[in-house]
Design a protein around this ligand. Structure first.
Ligand SMILES: Nc1ncnc2c1ncn2[C@@H]1O[C@H](COP(=O)(O)OP(=O)(O)OP(=O)(O)O)[C@@H](O)[C@H]1O
Length: 299
């Protein structure tokens, strides 16, 4: 999407947002506006076609439910708990936050806020502590999204560990929850699959399971360009080639999994700092071009 087109869409969305504030409820007319707003958010994401398809499916379902209600046809709330599988930096957290915001817009979640947790936030050291910790977390997440990263760590402690108690408390909350929150479990693909197999009650409680594959080099360059644009920077062709090579080298190092979007963000932020040092040192005038252009020397 071109910069001008993006600005126009933003203005259109803001105007419609102002109008909508006057409307107390989402209705079948403004579902189109909400869809447009969602599309605008989705456009910022590179790849992740399965996430986009899932969001569109939920919008269509809500829309049709509203139309059915008008005709006194039955509708029911569906469970929306999700499992996200993929390597670091492939967009799981970004997608989970987006899901919270969009489902709030649609009126499915009352707040749409985002609570991120890991094993230590749920599992205690003494008898009784785990259920209490997990329940407190669930209370915080009420009306929003509870995102548990590296969820399989809950199963790591062996037979006597309290992790199982945390899983049981989560399952109970899902069963009783009346769709008052969304639980998203995330982590590496292989480990998540093992975790689900080890807990037979889990698969049926997570109707939405999505894979987040590593990004291709072209996708990584699009993500980098978006990151630069949103920070008011541009880069030279040589700078782009240098980043490509850097990311390729990092991917080749097999010691730890490549961190995809996070590796790109770190490289961009580092280049921005190096650019600042270079520009401070250079005795030339700090005109707009110099201030916004990253060169190959900055990467
Ligand atoms: N599809 C995407 N399009 C554009 N940017 C993305 C996309 N996915 C991730 N990013 C960017 O990459 C960075 C890391 O993404 P995020 O934290 O969502 O990944 P993650 O899978 O949750 O990682 P981890 O499992 O390590 O927490 C963020 O800056 C995010 O904006």
């Amino acid at each position: 999407m071109s910069y001008a087109h993006e600005q126009k869409t933003k203005i259109r969305v803001r105007l419609r947002e102002k109008e909508i504030k006057k409307e107390p409820h989402v209705n079948t007319t403004n579902i189109n506006y909400l869809l447009q707003k969602a599309e605008f958010e989705l456009e910022k994401l590179i790849g992740v076609e399965n996430v986009k398809a899932m969001v569109r499916e939920i919008y269509a379902w809500v829309h049709i439910n509203r139309c059915r209600e008008k005709h006194q046809l039955k509708t029911e709330a569906h469970s929306m708990h999700m499992i996200f599988k993929g390597n670091p930096g492939t967009g799981k957290t970004t997608a989970a936050r987006l899901v919270g915001r969009l489902l709030k817009d649609l009126g499915y979640l009352s707040k749409g806020h985002f609570i991120e947790a890991e094993r230590a936030d749920l599992v205690g050291e003494y008898i009784g502590q785990t259920a209490q910790k997990t329940r407190e977390l669930l209370q915080k997440a009420h009306g929003g999204v509870l995102f548990i990263d590296e969820a399989y760590a809950l199963n790591r402690g062996g037979e006597k560990d309290f992790g199982k108690e945390a899983v049981d408390t989560l399952v109970k909350a899902m069963d009783e929850g009346n769709h008052s929150f969304i639980l998203i479990l995330a982590g590496y693909s292989k480990e998540m699959e093992q975790f689900i197999t080890l807990n037979p009650g889990l698969p049926s409680r997570f109707p939405i399971q999505l894979d987040f594959p590593d990004f291709s080099m072209d996708q990584m360059m699009m993500i980098a360009e978006n990151m630069l644009q949103s920070r008011d920077y541009v880069w030279t062709i040589d700078a782009k080639e240098k980043l490509k090579k850097k990311l390729d080298d990092q991917k080749g190092r097999a010691r730890e999994p490549f961190s995809n979007g996070r590796a790109i963000r770190n490289a961009i932020e580092k280049a921005i700092r190096s650019h600042a040092v270079r520009i401070v040192k250079e005795q030339t005038e700090k005109d707009i071009d110099a201030l916004k252009t990253l060169t190959e020397r900055d990467f």
